[in-house]
Design a protein around this ligand. Structure first.
Ligand code: GDP
Ligand code: MG
Length: 205
């Protein structure tokens, strides 16, 4: 019987509605960007396979289904997270100001065993807009916030122009892996000599 080992890492993406969470995930996983705004409906997670230092890793990236507007994401959303990605829009001050709430909300709901050591990553998105002329949050301000929360890693991204997206998610995966809460999952091949009856549990009805 063959068994293949891989590590499953759960990453959750939080931040104000409109900051670009879904777009960043779409760009990373599907290499697609859409200018149209559609509130994410019904989506839960997307996955991406990665090889990190000879380890096969499945990143399970959880998106909100638009409920972030009400901060009501439910316990299942937070449960077992290995890394939390916070996203804000560098052109919208409010999306930066609410980071404290998202950070706090995550720690409250996910309730990790060591809150101070739990890995977060901050993404300052939409740096492409107006060639950077409309940005209202400076890189320094964002980095100061990261330092105040215990050295959170920071990346500036553009989901539209695919800028820093791969790099950011690779760091997210490495950070989550270092946290080592990942579950190992085993895919075992099914023995071929199982009869039809046995597979159906012997019921002939
Ligand atoms: P979410 O609510 O956080 O999931 O945000 P979305 O991913 O739905 O994005 C909100 C809007 O911003 C959409 O119209 C996107 O096309 C747009 N958007 C997202 N990321 C970028 C970006 O990096 N640059 C630009 N110019 N627009 C973006
Ligand atoms: Mg969305």
């Amino acid at each position: 019987m063959s068994a293949r080992r891989r590590t499953l890492l759960k990453v959750i993406v939080l931040g104000d509605s409109g900051a670009g969470k879904t777009s960043l995930m779409n760009q990373y996983v599907h290499k697609k960007f859409s200018q149209q705004y559609k509130a994410t409906i019904g989506a839960d997670f997307v996955t991406k396979e990665l090889l990190i230092d000879d380890r096969l890793v499945t990143l399970q990236i959880w998106d909100t289904a638009g409920q972030e507007r009400f901060q009501s994401l439910g316990v299942a959303f937070y449960r077992g997270a290995d890394c939390c990605v916070l996203v804000y829009d560098v052109n919208v001050m409010r999306s930066f100001d609410t980071l404290d709430n998202w950070h706090e909300e995550f720690l409250k709901q996910a309730n990790p065993s060591d809150p101070k050591a739990f890995p977060f990553i901050l993404l300052g998105n939409k740096i492409d807009i107006d060639g950077g002329n409309s940005r209202v949050v400076s890189e320094k301000k964002a980095k100061d916030w990261c330092a105040s929360k215990g050295n959170i890693l920071y990346f500036e991204t553009s989901a539209k122009e695919d800028y820093n997206v791969d790099l950011a998610f690779l760091s997210i995966a490495k950070t989550a892996l270092a946290n080592e809460h990942g579950q190992d999952i085993y895919f075992q091949s099914i023995p071929e000599d199982v009869t039809d009856n046995e597979q159906r549990g012997g019921c002939a009805c």
